[in-house]
Design a protein around this ligand. Structure first.
Ligand SMILES: C[S@@+](CC[C@H](N)C(=O)[O-])C[C@H]1O[C@@H](n2cnc3c(N)ncnc32)[C@H](O)[C@@H]1O
Length: 206
C-alpha cells in the first residue's frame, strides 16, 4: 500500500494524544541553551509541536499527511498559537535551506526509509541544522516485537500489514549520525496498543 495513503487514513481516525515523554526529555536539554527555532519532523497531528510551541519555541511542524496537519491547524487556531508554522513536506525530499533550525526533533518519523534514503536524510538534517544545533531522534529498534514480522525488504526493513518499518539498532544509529557529535544514545520501551514497543533514542549536536 502507498505509505502516504496509509498515514492519511491513520490520522483521519486518530485524535490528539498527550505529548510524548521524549519531547519532555528533549525540552529539558533545549531550555538549558539559547535555542529558539525547532523543526518537528513527521509531526503527525502535532501533539509535540503544540507542546514545544507552548514552551515559547518558534516551531515548524512538517509532515506529508494532510489529515494530520489539518487537525493541527484547527487546534493551533482554537488555542490561538501563533509561533507555529505548519507545512506539508516529504521527509525523503526535504526542501529546507541550510542552517535553518536550532533544533530538529523527529519522534518515530525516520524509521520508514531504506538505507540509502535514510543516510541521505540524516546528511540533509545535518545541513539544515544550525551550528551547535541539537538533533533529537527516536526510532523503532531491532528489539521491537514487530522486527522480523512481515515481508523482508532490506536488512531490518519489513512490510507488516502494508506498513513499512526500518528497525534501528545502536550501531546503525551511530552510523547515520557519523557527521554529528553524539551526546547520547539509549534504548527505551513503551506499551502501545497492548504490546511492548522498543526504541533507540539519540541526542546529537552539529
Ligand atoms: C508514528 S507517526 C509519529 C507522529 C508524531 N511525531 C507523534 O509522535 O505523534 C509517524 C509520522 O511520520 C509521517 N511520515 C512518514 N513518512 C513520511 C514522509 N516520507 N514524509 C513526511 N512525513 C512522513 C507520518 O505521516 C506520521 O505522521
Amino acid at each position: 500500500m502507498d505509505q502516504k495513503k496509509l498515514w492519511e487514513t491513520k490520522w483521519d481516525k486518530k485524535s490528539l494524544l498527550p505529548r510524548n515523554g521524549f519531547a519532555s526529555r528533549a525540552y529539558k536539554l533545549i531550555k538549558q541553551g539559547k535555542y529558539n527555532s525547532l523543526l518537528d519532523l513527521g509531526c503527525g497531528n502535532g501533539r509535540d509541536s503544540l507542546y514545544f510551541a507552548r514552551q515559547g519555541l518558534q516551531v515548524t511542524a512538517a509532515d506529508w499527511s494532510e489529515s494530520g496537519l489539518s487537525q493541527l491547524r484547527q487546534l493551533a487556531a482554537q488555542k490561538k498559537i501563533t509561533n507555529l508554522k505548519i507545512i506539508q513536506q516529504n521527509i525523503s525530499r526535504l526542501k529546507f535551506k541550510p542552517n535553518s533550525f536550532d533544533v530538529i526533533y523527529a519522534h518515530l518519523s525516520l524509521h520508514y526509509f531504506n538505507d540509502k534514503i535514510t543516510q541521505r536524510i540524516f546528511d540533509q538534517l545535518y545541513k539544515v541544522l544550525k551550528k551547535d544545533g541539537l538533533l533529537f531522534v527516536k526510532c523503532k529498534s531491532t528489539d521491537d516485537i514487530l522486527c522480523g514480522r512481515g515481508r523482508e525488504l532490506e536488512e531490518n526493513i519489513y512490510a507488516f500489514r502494508d506498513h513499512v518499518r526500518h528497525f534501528f539498532d545502536r550501531e546503525y544509529m551511530t552510523t547515520v549520525l557519523a557527521k554529528f557529535k553524539i551526546i547520547k544514545i539509549r534504548r527505551s520501551s513503551a506499551v502501545y496498543h497492548s504490546y511492548k514497543s522498543s526504541f533507540v533514542e539519540a541526542v546529537a549536536k552539529k
